[in-house]
Every structure is written in C-alpha cells, then in structure tokens.
Design a protein around this ligand. Structure first.
Ligand code: FE2
Length: 155
C-alpha cells in the first residue's frame, strides 16, 4: 500500500515538483556555504567561518527533512549531485572572493529559497497537505531570522 493511500492525500504534482526543485536548490545553497566556510579570509574570518558552518549545518538538516517528506509522498528524492546541480536554479559559488561578496551571495540564495519555501506554503495550503505546509512553515522563520542577523552583521 502506498504511503499516500494511508495518509489520505492525493498525488499533487505541483507540490512534489516544487519540493524536488527546492531539494536541488538547497544542495547548491549548502555547497556554496561550504565554499564560503573554507575560503573566507580577513578580519571577519573567525566569526564568519563559524557562521557559515552553522548555516550549512542548518541547510543539511533542512535538506534531509525535504527529502524525507518527498519519500512520505511516494516520491524518490534525487541524491545524484550531478542531476541536482543540473536541476538547480541557484548558481554554484563559494570560491575565493571578497567576504562582502560572499555575504551578498548568501543573501541572494536566501532570497531565492525563502520565495521558493513561501510558494510551497501556498501550494500545500491549496492542496490540503497540512504536514508539508507545516514543514515549510517550520523552515521559514529560521530562514528569515538568518536574513535579519546577516543584515545586522554587515551594517
Ligand atoms: Fe570546517
């Protein structure tokens, strides 16, 4: 018996497509953060090196939650990094660059991911998928808090 039959939800391609897309983009966001963590230089090194690690640790947990929700919805989450990179709309970065550029890039990634998560909040609301909605609503506050903290740091 399929998970959806037991859960009592119908297949909703809009929701699952958006989750697959978010999973791909989150992998780029994660990999970018790893690159910033490794390559940060200058007087902000100690604080930003640690902050980027905190951000990619959070992203890693969010990736796992998204992938496991796809499984619950009878989907197979992609794990092949080449396929994820092809699907992702975010740009892969994280190579040595000025720290201000790194922070600007993180904010751009966050802007994209927040919009994607908010879109999923709407889609899951329409679909009556309260659990995926709750997952997205759980991710959103921590993403928005990161925006505030990063903006406060750089001002
Ligand atoms: Fe490290």
């Amino acid at each position: 018996m399929k998970n959806l039959e037991v859960i009592g939800l119908k297949k909703n391609k809009k929701v699952t497509d958006a989750l697959h897309q978010l999973l791909a983009d989150y992998h780029i966001y994660y990999a970018n953060l790893r690159g910033y963590h490794w390559n940060i230089k200058g007087c902000g090194f100690f604080s930003m090196h640690a902050k980027f690690e905190e951000l990619y640790d959070a992203a890693s947990e969010e990736i796992d939650v998204i992938a496991e929700r796809l499984l619950q919805l009878d989907e197979i989450p992609e794990n092949k990094i080449d396929k994820l990179a092809l699907q992702a709309k975010l740009t892969a970065k994280g190579q040595p660059e000025p720290s201000e550029e790194m922070i600007k890039d993180v904010m751009e990634d966050l802007k994209y991911i927040i919009a994607a998560v908010r879109h999923l909040v709407e889609l899951t609301d329409e679909a009556g998928d309260t659990v995926t909605n709750d997952i997205m609503m759980g991710i959103l506050p921590s993403l928005e808090k990161k925006v505030w903290m990063i903006n406060a740091f750089r001002s």
